[in-house]
Design a protein around this ligand. Structure first.
Ligand SMILES: Cc1ncc(COP(=O)(O)O)c(C=O)c1O
Length: 393
């Protein structure tokens, strides 16, 4: 499968057929697996013989999902997790020890930020935030104890783009683990391992599910580093359920075609907003006005499905505008067939201090839209009506 194109890999990677010769893979919803003999059980437990034993360890449905994701991300090994945050946690908890130091950008999903600030710090793991596209700045944060660089690109919700090639080279030069949260791009738009990432993280809750039905995640990477992460996942039980694995593996079959349409809808929406007189600013990686437009074009196939913007009139107008929308769902999830909108300062990033939000590029009037698969003309009509309504006193 390795030399096949993305779509073929996403569709034709399958668990071994059972004796019933089914075309679609069944759901293996079982806690454990049965052995023919006590000796066979001993051999499988001792890893002298391959085989399934217990679904906290592995299961054909989650294995199929992981095999697909590895092929799509050029990774050697991986593990499916109960949530995207479980994957983020495993990437740090499985590798770092007390006394270690991580370098991150401020532009992060808020819970990742809180995990580092409030949990890892209790375990003696320290961190520094840095302007990630500037190697001179990164060097100033390097300590003898630095072991990891963690990056989210495009970032949630600021849509900052970080230079994977530059950070990949820097990490190699300084012998650091390089971790990339690739949730906003998906493996269809961007493959961080090509640029030297050691681990790639996904919140499968988002585009990989694509219809907002499940919570899940995955961490994929180089085999020599994955073992500690897989062991931790098995011990603490951050395992994905078999039905979730089955559903996500099916969803991956349509990822490429969904991303193509989502990105074309998002670009049209971003262009519409950019030309609207009531817009204060709009940000989208594939608009030439994006500060890292060239970099986005270099490392991403398309610009993604997220658009952020602010209307003239700041937060009061943002609230009025959101309430006037008819087709957009007011919900924190993203990557759905349905267009969703959120006001990060009062929802997903409300637990950050004012200063932290400013540093993460989140203004009081900023709105984040995850553009869906509804017809773009209907979405723009809805936007137009809500912009006009929100202008009235
Ligand atoms: C970039 C990013 N990483 C990680 C997560 C966490 O994923 P989950 O909600 O599946 O735990 C999210 C959730 O929004 C996210 O946007």
């Amino acid at each position: 499968m390795k030399n096949k194109k993305f779509e073929t890999r996403a569709i034709r990677t399958q668990a071994i057929q059972s004796s019933y010769k089914e075309h679609s893979v069944p759901i293996y919803e079982t806690s454990s697996f049965v052995f023919n003999t006590a000796e066979e059980a001993e051999a499988v437990f001792a890893e002298k013989k391959s085989g399934y034993l217990y679904s906290r360890y592995n299961n054909p449905n989650t294995d199929e999902l992981v095999s697909k994701l590895c092929l799509l991300e050029n990774a050697e090994s991986g593990v499916a997790t109960s949530s995207g945050m479980a994957a983020v946690f495993l990437s740090m908890g499985g590798i770092l020890r007390a006394g270690d130091h991580i370098i991150l950008s401020r532009h992060l999903f808020a819970t990742t930020h809180l995990l580092v600030e409030q949990v890892l710090s209790k375990w003696g793991i320290t961190h520094s935030y840095v302007k990630m596209n500037n190697p001179e700045k990164i060097v100033t944060c390097l300590l003898p104890s630095t072991r990891m660089i963690f990056v989210e690109t495009p970032s949630n919700p600021g849509l900052e783009i970080f230079d994977l090639e530059l950070i990949g080279k820097f990490s190699k030069q300084h012998d650091l683990y390089f971790v990339v949260d690739n949730c906003f791009a998906t493996p269809y738009l961007q493959n961080p391992m090509k640029y030297g990432a050691d681990f790639v993280i996904h919140s499968t809750t988002k585009f990989i599910d694509g219809q907002g039905r499940t919570i899940g995640g995955a961490i994929l990477g180089k085999e020599k580093f994955m073992n500690d992460i897989i062991t931790l996942s098995r011990m603490v039980g951050t395992t994905m359920a078999p039905t979730t694995g089955w559903l996500l593996s099916k969803s991956l079959e349509t990822l490429s075609i969904r991303m193509e349409r989502l990105c074309s809808n998002a670009l049209s929406m971003a262009e519409y907003l950019e030309n609207h007189p009531d817009i204060e600013w709009v940000k989208y990686p594939f608009l030439s006005s994006h500060p890292n437009y060239k970099l986005a074009r270099k490392q991403m196939r398309l610009g993604g499905a997220l658009v952020t913007f602010e209307l003239k009139g700041g937060r009061p107008r943002a609230m009025k505008f959101i309430n006037a929308l008819k087709l957009f769902s007011i919900t924190p999830n993203l990557g759905d067939t349905r267009t969703t909108i959120t006001h990060p300062a009062t929802t997903t990033h409300s637990k950050l201090s004012d200063e932290e939000r400013t540093e993460a590029g989140i203004t009081d009037g900023m709105m984040r839209v995850s553009v869906g698969l509804e017809h773009i003309d209907d979405l723009i009509e809805d936007l137009e009506n809500a912009i006009s309504y929100s202008k009235k006193d």
